[in-house]
Ligand binder design. Structure first.
Ligand code: ZN
Length: 67
């Protein structure tokens, strides 16, 4: 089990919310997506970040974001 360190905005694009957006942020214990928050039928909060490179789903405790 490795922790994914995400350094800066460019690295962040590799990871998305379950709906494929890169406009997510970390909050306490989970994630939140700007674009999902604007969609009437989507839940802006989510618990597993999608790694677009490996297809892996990452729980909040496995992700560290810098900058
Ligand atoms: Zn989203």
């Amino acid at each position: 089990m490795s922790v994914h360190r995400i350094d800066g905005t460019r690295a962040k694009w590799r990871y998305t919310c379950p709906n494929g957006h890169a406009s997510w942020e970390t909050t306490n214990g989970h994630f939140w997506c700007h674009q999902c928050s604007r969609l009437p039928d989507a839940d802006a909060e989510f618990w597993e970040l999608l790694d677009g490179k490996t297809g892996e789903r990452l729980a909040r405790e496995k992700v560290t974001v810098n900058g």
